[in-house]
Design a protein around this ligand. Sequence first.
Ligand code: ATP
Length: 550
Amino acid sequence: MSNSKNIKRFLKVVFEKNKVIASIAFIIMLITSVLDLFIPQITRLILDDAINNSKTNLLIKLVLLYTAIRISSSLLSVILEYIYSKMKKRVYIKLKIKLLKHLSKLSGDYYTNIKTGNILSIIENDMFIVENFGAEILFSLIINAITAFIALFFLLKMEFDLLLIVIILQLLITLSQSKFTKIISSKTEEIRKSDGNLSNIIQEFVSNIMNIVISKSSFNFFKRYIKQEKSLVSKCIKLDMIISSNISIARILNSLITICIYGYGGLKIIKGKMSIGELIAFQQYTEMLIGPCISIIRSNTRIQQSLVSINRIFSVLDEPIIINQNNKGHRLSDTFNGDIVFDKVAFSYDKDKTLDNINMIFEKGKMTALVGTSGCGKSTIVNLLFRLWDINKGKIMIDNIDIKDYNLKSLRKNISIVTQDLLLFDDSILNNLTLGNKNIRKQYVENICNRVEIYKFISELPNGFDTIIGEKGVKLSGGQKQRVAIARALISNSSIIIFDEATSALDNISQKRILENINDLLKNKTIIVIAHRLSTIKNADKIYVIDKEK
Ligand SMILES: Nc1ncnc2c1ncn2[C@@H]1O[C@H](COP(=O)(O)OP(=O)(O)OP(=O)(O)O)[C@@H](O)[C@H]1O
């Protein structure tokens, strides 16, 4: 996708639902700039008319006018800042939610290959950079261009030879700045990439810190981290040097302009070809020409830097949604009545076939077990039913309707998967059990916790169900986590429940008791059990043995 297309898409996000306040901001900016354009004229009148001709009344009026203009434009600037700040935050939140929503719609393939650090760096760093890009830059570009144009108009009417010198120096500034802009944008891109790699390493470390300490791999981690950090630091220093050289060169050329105005203009005053008021007004208009020009060039640098981030954000948003969400598709009603059928299903993650010619029926009200050697594709079958991946051949049907024809949200809402590595949030046990659904009665939750034999443990905690269980549930044992997982699936009351090695951390006796306790809750549901232990599946109504083809 080209840069200009991404900028257009970004600006669409900026102005959507912000049109009114954006227009107000533009008008305020315009008024401030017009007011400022009167300042040189007032200065000239103060010096040449009021002071030179000793007109006290005129002097007072002009000074008051000068003050009024300065105060009004300062007050308007505060209002402007408020509007921009509001707009920026709105865009920031909107884009962030858009990103997260899009991520949640991607396929298992994307999730498998995802580099968490890179995504985090986009969500945090790039979003932060683009936050400052938007209406403010765009409007200031327009206003600066208008101001520069009007200033040029006044300058042309004043001293043409002096203006010629100013323009030549200004061209030099423009040339050097545009060269720097290109270098800065390519260096920024390099830095953003390195930053993403660094985030990957840190994310890997922080999220696995306990295992890293246990496996004594901290040293190896620090070596990788320091190498990456050193390379990033040297890139950042280089960029800072380039930016500061750029500013210094612009400053030198700028002072040359001032020197020329006072030197050459001074000569003209001595020769009687110019008044002091005209010289000061000329100098002020020159500032109004150069200031906006430099601002435009600087905005360009900021645009280039933001563009790198905008492109990175849209690279995620452009990630194709391979799994069709089928929002208008059939809705799977809560009381669906029927079987799940796998009809001649074939699937491969990459080149090698993982599953071929799979024919299976999972009936409502029955427990069906899947067994087979490790890696034969049992969990893959679950992934396909949940549509994390779509199959290559054959059909998967629920109630005789292809699962691809169902609304994806409704399909997934009706399937609960209880896996070995349950996702627990750093939140209260209650919220972990109900996934924040406030409509679920506490009594119902307690009843289910009782059945999976975790109620006693929870009620003895200092804050009971409100106890925070730590990141990834670190404050729970493996068995307790699995009980929470089973309870969560039962509380959600999905029609299809899949237990994928869901009781592996429980001893045989606890497992037997829990399965007996929840048996009546599973009666009208379609239950799929994947397990290596015979004791887990011995009550199944049907057992499929998956054979791994060589
Ligand atoms: N996301 C993935 N990308 C590529 N290949 C994968 C992916 N997930 C699983 N596989 C491969 O697919 C095959 C089947 O994996 P699957 O997890 O379905 O096996 P399983 O029968 O559930 O194994 P286990 O009993 O050990 O849990 C394996 O060879 C595995 O390496």
